[in-house]
Design a binder for this molecule. Structure first.
Ligand SMILES: *Cc1c(COP(=O)(O)O)cnc(C)c1O
Length: 358
């Protein structure tokens, strides 16, 4: 499969992948360090940590499936969706697809993994192009639905724009696509303060919410994500998952992270303040930006986007060139993490602008 190639920048300030720039809560590290020899030798028991995650999401037992990062969740949902509607030839036992390959809708500009997962699952990705100013293309999505649409990938708030899905839109899509799984990726829900986890999952048995502890909780390298849905919806997905996809460090880390609400609140506050700093900087310099509900801001800097990303990288500040993404010509994406880091980034950016003006 074709993963997006993002070269590791090396040492410096990483504002290019929406990671937590502060790192995890100190209590997470303490929990990982407290492992005993037997803990590494025994297969992990996921009962207590799954219950803790269900309490965290406020859902009944059976509604959460932990995954090895949300990326694994995206993968396994694509594979489960591709299998739905397939028939088994009772003579040969071979699987007979009802109508060739199914389709997966990808609403652009989108997180690159959706197309990669569709390809891996042999679904044809159908790309819904961006509307002016990235308005949510509800009507275009509804009219793209077909009987062989197996998966609709949505992101709230979206990456790379940071924009929300308007309320009610997911309901309309889930109702219009009973033949399809509707996956709402809420990787940035802690920053937006908004989630579909709740009655919508009871109403729509084709709806799945994806969450990750990589971003707000700073566990990206430990790989912990979750799929939240009605147990009947999760059943065909669970059948495709390996039995032990989270390692014991991730289990311990998640348990500690979920107990440290104060750390999460602090980080979300830092990110919100950083977003304001970035937005004020853009306004002062006449750069267009989109009001983000996530821990990053998409900024239109114009023709010099790639050159700016390179100039910043020379000063060890890594930001993401998004100018090749649909609708994102001339755009960069900057992570809004710890305020001091954002200030460091803006000081360097200011310097670069000043040296160009000379
Ligand atoms: C970062 C990100 C993910 C990946 O989460 P992991 O838990 O690190 O795999 C998924 N979806 C979106 C939209 C993201 O930005």
């Amino acid at each position: 499969m074709t993963y997006p190639a993002i070269p590791d920048p090396g040492a410096g300030l990483r504002l290019h992948l929406n990671e937590n720039t502060a790192g995890c809560s100190p209590s997470v590290l303490a929990a990982v360090r407290s492992l005993e020899r037997e803990d590494t030798a025994f297969y992990p028991d996921y009962g207590p940590i799954t219950s803790a995650a269900e309490r965290w999401f406020g859902v009944p037992p059976g509604w959460v499936q932990l995954t090895n990062g949300l990326d694994e969740g995206l993968h396994v949902v694509a594979h489960a969706a591709a299998r739905r509607g397939s028939l088994v030839d009772h003579q040969t036992g071979a699987r007979v697809p009802t109508s060739g390959r199914g389709q997966a809708l990808v609403v652009e500009p989108a997180f690159e993994m959706y197309a990669a997962c569709a390809e891996a699952a042999e679904l044809d990705a159908v790309h819904i192009p961006p509307a002016p100013d990235f308005a949510f293309p509800l009507e275009a999505i509804l009219s793209a639905l077909r009987s062989d649409t197996r998966l609709v990938n949505l992101t709230d708030p979206n990456n790379p724009t940071g924009l929300p899905i308007p309320s009610g839109a997911v309901d309309r899509i889930a109702e219009a696509a009973p033949q399809s799984m509707v996956l709402v990726d809420e990787a940035y829900a802690e920053f937006s303060g908004r989630t579909l986890v709740g009655p919508a999952l009871e109403r729509h048995r084709n709806l799945i919410v994806g969450r990750t502890f990589a971003k707000a909780h700073g566990l990206a390298a430990l790989r912990v994500g979750a799929l939240v849905a009605h147990p009947d919806t999760l059943a065909p997905i669970r059948r495709l998952l390996p039995p032990y996809s989270l390692n014991v460090c991730a289990v311990r880390a998640l348990d500690a992270a979920l107990q440290d609400r104060a750390y999460l609140d602090w980080y979300v506050g830092q990110s919100r303040d950083s977003r304001s700093l970035l937005e004020r900087f853009c306004t002062a310099h006449g750069f267009a930006f989109w009001p983000s509900e996530a821990n990053f801001v998409l900024i239109r800097v114009g023709d010099g986007a790639s050159e700016l990303v390179r100039a910043m990288a020379e000063r060890r500040i890594f930001i993401r060139d998004r100018s090749a993404a649909p609708g994102c010509g001339g755009c960069i994406r900057v992570t809004a993490g710890v305020v001091a880091h954002t200030q460091q980034c803006l000081t360097v950016w200011e310097d670069i602008l000043a040296s160009r003006a000379d």
